[in-house]
Write a protein that binds this ligand. Structure first.
Ligand SMILES: Cc1ncc(COP(=O)(O)O)c(C=O)c1O
Length: 453
């Protein structure tokens, strides 16, 4: 087979891209893992001498303590460097470097994501985030007026908005069922199953909820739906990379993920899994020459866009796999347990996340009562944590939940957990102090880039 001049030039360019890549994080990490490989993930989870290397693989602002890694997480330096390298390279001559060199490399990312999730690359679309992944299916399914869609009161607002848009536009019926977290798998399953009627066409369910980190009985719901000819869409935005599982544990037909959360990819990357046999019936969100095609790439035709973040998923997956999904899960569970344990047994504390490993992982949501038994305002707790301790946390006020969500990640240090834990114990014992914040506003003179008092 002859090589065209353009293909030849493209081939010549690839080694040059690699030539200015210097980061020894992964080899160092792999070397130190050699020393601990015989130990169990649970044993290694509390070994600070090991985790310090992971913490130092990130360039984060340690003057703030970030416990909102659920929204999206900082990427390790090795990932950020890969992204920058792709941006620089693309900018040399975007139409050529981007479309002819970097674009085809996306197939490697597709293959690696597919291997990590345990499916075929033909079933993986690389998207910008979980919202896009899930909305492709939400808007791509043929539904007629009166068809019912069921989800819960703990599912993500973007997804709820999408269904409500179909209510307005297509006359479908949308039902959100309630359950009280922390819930057992049976409680979640029963709440959903009880809402199913002869008109139900879709069940939309979170693998793990954004409100409390509640893990749901995904496999059971998917199989229940399939037996009744109901489509089941699974929101895996928070699940993939937080705890160890693959597709065979879920047996789902549709699964949407944000890779900028727990896989530690740069912001703006996700994936959509669609079972091969289901692809032709889903309309692409963006127009396509062959909308009924069985090629998963029909979901990626949204015009000119950068490849840098998407390609850096390869480094993120390598980082994730070098640590090992089971070791990472054990460390994340250990971190959660470290701040939760001192709060246990206190009357003023309400846990919205269970201790059961089948229904929870790294995320914990907790609320606090005042002396009269009233729940403290989550927004005020988060404001206090920021003002007093420079802790970033997430207020959650949703049906049945009034608390703050804490999401650490692998770069979180023991000391950061201790500061969080001490601040939460103080709130549990004395509420939110009404006095002025202990950390005074900066003493530096006012300047054009400083907020005015
Ligand atoms: C459960 C859940 N689904 C979907 C999303 C949407 O993710 P993204 O904003 O990355 O599209 C989120 C975001 O936090 C989420 O928590």
């Amino acid at each position: 087979m002859s090589t065209t001049r353009r293909e030849f030039l493209a081939l010549q360019t690839v080694p040059i891209v690699g030539a200015y890549f210097h980061n020894d994080t992964l080899p160092l990490l792999a070397k130190s893992l050699d020393r601990v490989r015989a130990r169990t993930p649970a044993d290694l989870a509390s070994d600070e001498d090991f985790w310090i290397q992971i913490q130092n693989a990130f360039s984060v602002d340690r003057s703030l303590i970030n416990f909102n890694n659920g929204g999206c997480c900082p990427a390790p330096t090795v990932v950020v460097e890969a992204q920058k390298r792709h941006i620089d390279f693309s900018n040399h001559l975007p139409t050529r470097q981007m479309w002819h060199v970097l674009g085809p490399e996306l197939e490697t990312v597709r293959e690696r994501v597919a291997r990590a999730f345990g499916v075929s690359p033909d079933e993986i679309a690389i998207t910008r985030n979980a919202s896009e992944s899930l909305e492709i299916v939400q808007f791509g399914l043929d539904l007629k007026p009166g068809d019912e869609v069921i989800t819960t009161t703990h599912d993500y607002p973007n997804m709820v908005n999408s269904w409500n848009q179909r209510v307005k536009r297509d006359g479908i019926v949308f039902k959100q069922v309630a359950y009280q977290p922390p819930a057992t798998h049976d409680q979640i399953f029963d709440a959903i199953a009880a809402a199913v009627s002869a008109k139900t066409r879709v069940i939309h369910t979170s693998h793990i909820t954004f409100t409390t980190g509640q893990i749901g009985p995904v496999r059971r719901i998917c199989e229940f739906a399939r037996e009744r000819g109901i489509e089941c869409i699974v929101d895996g935005a928070h699940a993939f990379g937080q705890f160890a599982f693959t597709h065979k544990d879920l047996n789902c037909d549709y699964y949407g993920v944000s890779l900028h959360k727990w896989i530690l990819a740069p912001v703006g990357v996700g994936f959509l899994y669609v079972r091969k046999s289901k692809i032709p019936a889903i309309w692409p969100l963006f127009g396509n020459a062959d909308p009924g095609s069985g090629d998963i790439r029909k979901f990626e035709t949204y015009g000119t866009h950068p490849f840098a973040a998407k390609l850096a998923v390869s480094e993120a997956l390598t980082f994730h796999q070098t640590i090992g999904p089971e070791r990472k899960e054990a460390r994340l569970r250990f971190l959660r347990e470290s701040w939760v344990a001192p709060l246990r047994g206190r009357k003023s504390v309400v846990f919205y996340t269970s201790d059961d490993s089948a229904t929870s992982a790294a995320i914990g949501t907790v609320g606090f009562r005042d002396a009269s038994g009233e729940m403290l305002d989550p927004g005020k707790i988060c404001d206090h944590l920021m003002a007093q301790h420079r802790i970033v946390s997430t207020p959650i006020s949703s049906p049945g939940v009034k608390g703050i969500r804490i999401t650490p990640n692998v770069y979180t240090t023991k000391e950061e957990i201790e500061i969080l834990s001490e601040s939460l114990v103080a709130i549990a014992e004395g509420g939110i102090p009404t006095a002025a914040p202990a950390v005074p506003p900066t003493a530096a003179p006012a300047g054009p880039d400083r907020p005015k008092k």
